[in-house]
Design a binder for this molecule. Structure first.
Ligand code: GLU
Ligand code: MG
Length: 465
C-alpha cells in the first residue's frame, strides 16, 4: 500500500512522496512517483572526504535500486574532493559493491527528480563494513540497546556564492543583519517552501556572522533521520540557490581569512525514566548517566577530531575566537567550548542538549553522528566522571590548562590521533578509519603546503549538493 502525502505548494516543487515504514511495495511507490512527474530517482552516499555522490536510475528501475542495488566500485569510499582517488589495499580497482536505496525516505527534490539515501552492500546483499550510513544505523542500535534513546539536531551553515564559486557581496554584508536577509528573501522563502514540502522541519533560518553566510537549524530527530535530512537539506538549499542564480558553499573555510562554516550537532538523550540531561541532581540537572555521556564526549574528542573536522582546511576554522569549539571542554552556553551545554529552560523548548561545535561542513554527517554517539556511549559504559566545567573563554585560561584542552591545531596531528585510537576504531570500524586516513592524508600531501586561498577555491563547492 503506497501512501502519497502532501499536495504541491505552488506547482514548482512537488515533494514528500512518503512510503509507510516496514514492507514497502517499491513498484507501487515507483508508479506513484511517476504519476507525480518523477522520471529519475537519485540515491546518495557520502564519502570519507564529505562529498555526496549519487547514482541515478529511471523511475521504473526503483525496485531494482531498492532490492538489487546499483553498482559502485569500493573506491567510491576513497574518492577525494579533487578527482583524486586514495586507493587502499581494501578499496581499489578490483571488486564491486551495490548501493541500495532506502525507499522510506523517498522525497521529490526537483521537477522530475526524487531522492533517497542509499547504503553500500556486497553483491550477496550483506552490508559493507565501510558504509557510513550503516555504521550510524548500527551505532544508534547499540545506544538503544544500552537503554538510551538519542536525538540529534543539526545546524547547517553555508555561504552564498556566485555559481562559479566566486564571492558575492563582500563588504556590503552585515552579520545577523536584517537587510542581508531581506536582500535574498526570495531565495529564503523558496528554501522554506521546499523544506516544508519535503517534511523537513526548520527551527531557524538567519543571516550568520560571515559575509553571505546563513544558517538553517533543524528540529531534533532520530540520529539517522537527521543525517539523511542533512543531505536532503543540502540538496534543497542547492536547488533553491540555483533557481536564484546562486551557488552554495558548505566548506569549512569558503574563503581563507573569512568566517568558517560549522556543522554543529545537538545531542539529547533520554531513557525510560525521561531526559538524561535535565531533571535530576547533577550539574544543571543532569542524571549520572547524562553526566557520564558528556564526560565521554569531552574525553574522546581529540581521538575523533579527524572525523569531525578532518579536511586540510579544517584547522583554519578550528581556532580560538571563531566560536568553532577549538577546546575539548564543556560549559553552559560556552560558545568557545567544543561541547556547549544548553540547559532545559523555558527558552529551550526542545529540552536540554549538548551542542558539538567543532564539526564542520567537510565532515561526513553519518560519521560525525556515529562518533558523537559512540563517545557518549563509551562515557556511559565506563561511567566516566564529568570533568570540571569551563565557565570562561578557554583561550583566557592559564597556558598549561589552555594547552591541555586545545584540540589539534594541524590536520596531521588530528589524523595521527585517529590512527592510534583503539576507541575510534571500535566506534567507526577498521574499514572506515583506514579509508578516512587515506583520503585525508592524500589531502595533506596534495594541499598541505599550498596557499590557503587556492585550497579554499578547490574545496569551495565540494560539499554542495
Ligand atoms: N561559524 C562558526 C563556526 O564555524 C559558528 C558560529 C556560531 O556559533 O553560530 O562554527
Ligand atoms: Mg551558527
Amino acid at each position: 500500500m503506497t501512501q502519497v502525502r502532501s499536495a504541491p505548494v505552488d506547482g514548482r516543487v512537488r515533494t514528500d512522496v512518503g512510503a509507510p515504514a516496514g514492507a514497502i511495495d517499491a513498484a507501487a511507490v515507483a508508479a506513484a512517483l511517476a504519476e507525480r512527474g518523477v522520471r529519475i530517482v537519485l540515491g546518495t552516499v557520502v564519502d570519507m572526504a564529505g562529498v555526496t555522490r549519487a547514482k541515478a536510475v529511471p523511475v521504473n528501475r526503483l525496485e531494482a535500486f531498492v532490492h538489487v542495488g546499483m553498482g559502485a566500485s569500493p573506491s567510491w569510499n576513497v574518492f577525494c574532493v579533487d578527482f583524486g582517488v586514495a586507493f587502499t589495499p581494501e578499496l581499489g580497482v578490483v571488486g564491486d559493491l551495490r548501493l541500495r536505496l532506502d525507499p522510506a525516505r523517498l522525497t521529490i527534490v526537483d521537477d522530475g527528480v526524487a531522492w533517497a539515501p542509499a547504503a553500500f552492500h556486497h553483491q550477496d546483499g550483506s552490508p559493507f563494513a565501510g558504509c557510513a550510513r550503516s555504521r550510524l544505523e548500527q551505532m544508534v542500535a547499540r545506544v538503544r540497546a544500552a537503554g538510551v534513546d538519542p536525538s540529534t539536531g543539526p545546524e547547517l551553515e553555508f555561504v552564498l556564492v556566485e555559481p562559479d564559486g566566486s564571492a558575492r557581496s563582500g563588504p556590503r554584508w552585515q552579520g545577523y543583519g536584517v537587510r542581508t536577509v531581506l536582500d535574498v528573501a526570495g531565495f529564503l522563502t523558496d528554501v522554506q517552501a521546499r523544506f516544508a514540502d519535503a517534511g523537513v522541519p526548520i527551527d531557524q533560518l538567519h543571516a550568520e556572522y560571515g559575509a553571505d553566510q546563513f544558517e538553517i537549524s533543524l528540529a531534533p530527530a532520530d540520529a539517522l533521520l537527521t543525517a539523511d535530512r542533512t543531505v536532503l537539506a543540502r540538496i534543497l538549499i542547492g536547488r533553491a540557490a540555483a533557481r536564484y542564480g546562486l551557488g552554495v558553499s558548505f566548506s569549512p573555510v569558503p574563503f581563507a581569512g573569512g568566517a568558517g562554516n560549522g556543522a554543529h550537532l545537538h545531542l539529547s538523550l533520554a531513557d525510560a525514566g525521561g531526559p538524561l540531561l535535565s531533571g535530576s541532581t547533577g550539574s544543571y540537572g543532569m542524571t549520572p548517566t547524562g553526566e557520564a555521556a558528556v564526560a565521554g564526549i569531552v574525553a574522546g574528542l581529540p581521538q575523533v577530531q579527524a572525523v569531525l573536522a578532518g579536511s586540510v582546511l579544517s584547522p583554519l576554522r578550528l581556532t580560538p575566537g571563531n566560536w568553532a569549539g577549538a577546546f575539548a571542554c564543556w560549559g553552559l552556553e560556552n560558545r568557545e567550548a567544543a561541547v556547549r551545554f544548553c540547559a532545559a529552560t523555558p527558552g529551550n523548548p526542545h529540552g536540554a542538549s549538548v551542542e558539538l561545535k567543532c564539526i564542520d561542513g567537510s565532515a561526513n554527517p553519518y560519521l560525525a553522528a556515529t562518533a558523537l554517539l559512540g563517545l557518549a556511549l563509551d562515557g556511559i559504559e565506563q561511567e566516566l566522571p564529568l570533568p570540571p566545567e569551563v565557565t570562561v573563554d578557554p583561550a583566557t585560561l592559564p597556558q598549561p590548562q589552555r594547552e591541555r584542552l586545545a584540540l589539534a591545531a594541524s590536520q596531521t596531528a588530528a589524523l595521527d590521533a585517529l590512527q592510534s585510537s583503539p576507541l575510534a576504531r571500535s566506534i567507526l570500524g577498521e574499514s572506515i578509519i583506514d579509508a578516512t586516513l587515506a583520503v585525508r592524508r592524500y589531502e595533506h600531501a596534495t594541499y598541505g603546503d599550498a596557499d590557503p586561498q587556492d585550497v579554499a577555491a578547490v574545496y569551495r563547492l565540494a560539499f554542495s549538493c
